[in-house]
Write a protein that binds this ligand. Sequence first.
Ligand SMILES: Nc1ncnc2c1ncn2[C@@H]1O[C@H](COP(=O)(O)OP(=O)(O)OP(=O)(O)O)[C@@H](O)[C@H]1O
Ligand SMILES: [Mg+2]
Length: 313
Amino acid sequence: MIECSHLSKHFGPVKAVDDLSFTAQQGQVLGFLGPNGAGKSTTMKMITGYLPATSGQIKVCGIDLAEDPLAVKNKIGYLPEGAPSYQEMNVGSFLQFIARMRNIPASSQQSAVDSVVARLNLNHVYYQKIDTLSKGFKRRVGLAQAIIHDPEVLIMDEPTDGLDPNQKHQVRELITTMSKNKTIVLSTHILEEVHAVCDRAIIIANGVIVADSTPNEMEVMSRYHHAVSFVADLDTILLNKIKNMDCVRDVTYSARLKETTVFPTQGLFIFDEISSLLKQEGIQVTSLKMEAGRLDEVFRNITKPVQNKEVHR
Ligand SMILES: Nc1ncnc2c1ncn2[C@@H]1O[C@H](COP(=O)(O)OP(=O)(O)OP(=O)(O)O)[C@@H](O)[C@H]1O
Ligand SMILES: [Mg+2]
């Protein structure tokens, strides 16, 4: 549904996007991750036809953006970074305007507006001027205009930025529901969101793809993968005993959280050994878990300032 090949964007000497190639399929939610300035928004702006690429090709639903930009724009819903809109309009008239611009037939325009107003809980701000809305409500108006014409492809630049936890949850559910018959690309700095909504994540750093895989595969790259963490009062003797076990590579202990993390020797499952030892020693644990891996740690390793340009798959 979205095919980008050898996409680059240069702003003078700045290579904002540098030879990026990827495809996103229908039914898939693809997450763009990366540090500030990595090139996520620039890539999205090129896919939506908002910014011309310096080089490379973009196809959306099989249509070449360079050959028929209008046809591509018709297929896409776009929430730009910061959710810009017409500040002097009120919410209802802004959405009615977008419905007209999106060529929704006159007879269905109001029902399209009503539907997105309900989906994004905008009822009580319907007559409010956009510039007087709070940040989260502005973003919800931005989301509403992006989906009003039920596009096949949805590009959302930080869709949940500034939303309260309830709205974040609701918007993530909305994204998951919509994803069944759409291709969705979103960017986010919230790593838990990758697990909550994305089938696949691409990490971009310095305009280059440095990882492209499922959230679960990314967790496997974490040193926390299959580590065992537990919360309990531990003395140094027992900590050292754990450290000296053959199956243990390393142990960390946070005195503030009373949390111990035990890292296994490469490839081993140590959950049973650790839980038996704690039982044997009569240690009261308030939680004990085997970790899947920590995406924030993988993200930090992969996007360190000195870039390793190898792609992790
Ligand atoms: N119009 C422009 N003119 C000059 N440089 C630009 C322009 N737009 C973006 N850049 C530069 O391109 C690089 C990528 O910016 P981009 O906005 O794509 O990053 P991002 O990954 O979206 O970051 P963030 O997480 O902060 O939103 C940055 O170095 C930015 O300063
Ligand atoms: Mg951005």
